[in-house]
Each structure stands twice: as structure tokens, then as C-alpha cells.
Design a protein around this ligand. Sequence first.
Ligand SMILES: [Zn+2]
Length: 584
Amino acid sequence: MPTINTTFVPADIDATDLAQIEPLYQELLDRSVTSAAELETWLVDRSELDAACSEAAALLFIAMTCNTNDEAASKAYTHFIETIPPKLKPIAFELDKRQAKLASELDLNSARYEVINRDTEADVKLFRPENVPLETELAKLDQKYDTICGEMMVTYKGDEKTLPQMGVYQESTDRAVREETWRLVADRRLQDAQPINAIYDEMFGLRDKLARNAGFGSFTSYAFKAKHRFDYTPEHCFAFHEACEKIVAPFARRLDEQRRQKLGVETLRPWDMTVDELGREPLMPFDGGADLVSKSVAAFESLDPRLASMLRELGAGDGRVTAQNMKNPPLLDLDSRKGKAPGGYQYMRDRSRVPFIFMNAAGLHRDLETMVHEAGHAFHSMLCIDEPLLHYRHSPIEFAEVASMSMELLTMPHWDAPGSFYEGKPSDHARAMRRQLESSVTLLPWIATIDAFQHWVYANPTHTRDQRTQEWLSLDKRFGKGFSWQGLEQYRDSGWQKQGHLFGSPFYYIEYGIAQLGALGLWIRSLEEGPKVAIDAYINALSLGGSRPLPELFAAAGLDFDFGPKTVEKLVARVEAELAKLPE
Ligand SMILES: [Zn+2]
């Protein structure tokens, strides 16, 4: 990997200040570039400047999500988002055009620059000025969808609650509570089914127009290019659908049948799908962020000391981002507390090349899953820090999620290691592993449902609402779970509307399916060839960042880039066999 040092961007630049960054971007537009060597320097300079801007946004985002009550932090983030990216977008497009032109004129090392060149070329070719207002229109429609969903509240036992807040009642061991709360939520969604249908009607029409303006026959081919999907086609996605229909959905239904028997109910209903089958209390494997980190380190130590030492570099897990340290925050902010945004994420600070992990740990097993997942993203970031090009320090989601999802599976047998979560608790450990293995495959048919739905929508740009509903119902039959919809048909028709990706990020979702198959493949390697071989392959592949096409990233991990029945059959058979070995 070429190491090119650059002092183009001053170390102390304030990238939230347009007056400091704009002249540097202008310099890149004006600079004379006449040789491949000069172009390589230009690329690294641009990369450092982009990284400085990205890091400025990261720090503001981190400060805001860690202190939602801090008005100054939230104002600073909003101000940045509203002023800097809109100004930089047109400059970035001019730079892309220049970069694509220079790359084709000057003789760059073709293997090294293959990926960045094809991505930049695609972005330049897709751009149409007449599409800018259509994109704005689409963004507004998506906002409208978010607003409608965000305003959905229900009253339960006298309290106003959001729909996500209602989720906890699906874990209640009282079936009547589950049914009542499920129906409250479903009724609330149904009230807005028609306005949401209207938004989607407008969206797919606009997207079809966008694609035709850019010279494509359909939004599908446009979206594949815009998403830089050069290494797979709709046919690969159809093979994934077939595998989910023929192999995964039947397996998931067998699990559902086991669930029905364990719950002791005659017919499984939609409100029976989340509760613990044996009516047990939730697992509470740790207490506080520092305990979470030390138990995670113990599991990684038992899996592979190289991973444990990377996790240790992030700190003890007892830090928190405050108004005082937000410019140079600790690397972990884990504990749930008032004034923290929901969820979990890993955010690489692109210039200083230091990762940050955010989560809301409350002591539950799912926090452990989040921790090892986000740690996988952090390992990915850390293994790429010597790569000079920002574009190559991040990989496409199809592989980035292999880095994280595989850690959930590979650490699993080590959750009972000395000092780790389930040391001396074999039945809790087995329960946690069962949950992990089951969930690693049962989401796949839903991913296929959403992906197949979108392929149908954009292949049929003149469809009616009624046809869309019929298509949804046939997909739900093809991939759906093993519970009965009897008497609930009115809710089933609009089941797709809760998947926000359909609105804001079309065609985005199958990436998680592709990555999950890769993670399972790596897990099987660890079972068959030992963890050392699997982690060698993992580190080898992650170190490539995004510098190679997807099939090569998978190959570097010893995985086939295939998501059809042949691959899926082997993975599901192994999951089923391993599940059978676990005690209840
Ligand atoms: Zn992730």
C-alpha cells in the first residue's frame, strides 16, 4: 500500500468553518495535475480534506447523541448539516468530474485504483441537473413518511406511548396483554395506511422518472449503478429469494412450530413471536459499561487475543461524552442514561482514525450482542488506519456487516470463558446461543420479502394500489412465518409500510442478508478449521477495507460470493444441527 504523507490540510483546521475549507477545495479544482504521481498526491489530499469534514460532522453527531439535553450541541450539529454539506455537494461533484477525467487521461495503477475509479465514474455518469428537484421532492416525501410514523401514538392503561415503546409488551408472558397491545399498535398503523400508500405512489413514480432521465430503462438498473453494485445483479438477488423460499422459510416455520408447542397454544398468532417460549425472565449477563467491556474482552481473549487487544485499546468502558470532553471524547460511551439518543452505532473519526462506540447498555443479553457487533465494526476501522484513501478505509455494507455480524457468531462459544458473561452458567449460555443462532437465520426471509417487493414495484411502474397489495400478500405467503393471520387480514395488507427503507433508501436492505450469509460462512469455517484459521481470514479480509471489489473481499475471508440455494443450504443445515446439540 503506498504511504503518501500530506500536509495539505492544516492539523488544526476547523472543518465546521466554511471559510477554512472552501479555499482548499478550490485549490484542488485549480491545481495543475499532469502525471499519475501528481494525481495520486491529489487523491490523497482530497481524501484528507474529505476526512477532516467527515470528522467534524462525526464529533458534532457524537456530542449531540450523547447529550440530547444539551441545546448547544444539538444546535451546532443542525447548523453544520444545514450549512456545510449543501455548499460542498456541488464542489464535490465538480471534483468527481475532474477526478474521473484525470484518471482516464493519466496512467494510474489500474488494480490499485480500480474500485475508486469505477465508483467515481458511475457517480459522474448518473448525474442529471433535471433530477435535482426530483431528489428534493423524494426527500420531502420521505420526511412526510417519517413525520406520519413519528406521530403514531397509542394510549395504553391511561398512558400515551410511542409504537417502539409498545414493543416491550410483546415480551410479556401474559398472552392477553400481548394481544391487546399488538392490536392497539396494528390499529394505529392502519389509520394511516392510505396516506402512506399515497406517499409511496408518488415515490415510485418519481423514481421511475429519475431513472429514465438518466437514460435507464427502469429504476432497478439505475439504483444498482447508483449503489455501486457492480459485482452482483438482480439475478443474484432472485437466487437469494429462491433460497429463502425453499430453504430458510421452511426452517423458520419448523422453529415456529417448536415455539407453538413450547408455548402450549393451539394456534400461533402474531403476538406470540417475541415472548420467551418457556416464560423465563430476561437474561442479565452484566452490570454497567465497564463490566460489559471486561466480559467482552474475556470472550475475545478466549476466541483470539489479537481481537481482545484491539478492544482493550478502546478503553475500559466507563467513559462518557460530556460538554467538557466532546472535542476529544472517550472512545466508548456505553451506559444507558437520561439524555442519550436511542440505539447503538460505531462511528469512525476519519481524520484522527479513531473509532467511537455508542450504545445504551442496560444489562440485557441484547446489549452483549450490540457490543460485540459494534466491536467488529471498530476492528474493521482499526485494521484500515494505514490506508491513505478515505474511500478505501470504508467497505460496502455487504462486507462491512460481515465484520460485525460474524463477531456475534464467533464469540458465541466463548461467552462462558473465565471472566465472561456466562461463566459457570451453562443453561443461560445455551439459551443465549440458541437465541443467537435462531435470529441469525430467521431474519433472512423478511429481507427477501422486502427485496422481492421492491424488485416487483420498480419492474411494474404503472401498478395500482390493489395490485401492490396482492403482490405483498403473495410474497408474505411465500416467505412468511408460521403464525395465523385469520381474522387479522386487514392488518396484513399494509405490512410493508412499517419498513422505512422502502421509503427513504430504496433497494437498501438485502445487504444485511448478503452479510449474514458471509458471517455464517465464517462461523462454519471456525467450527471446521478452528477459530485461528477463521480469525486469520477475518483480519486478512478486513485489512483490505474497501480497496477491492466485493467478491475479492469475500474471497480474502475464504468465502464464496454467492447467495443462492447452494450456499444457503449448507449454512442452514449447520445452524439446525448445532441447535439440535444445545440443551433447552
Ligand atoms: Zn452493523
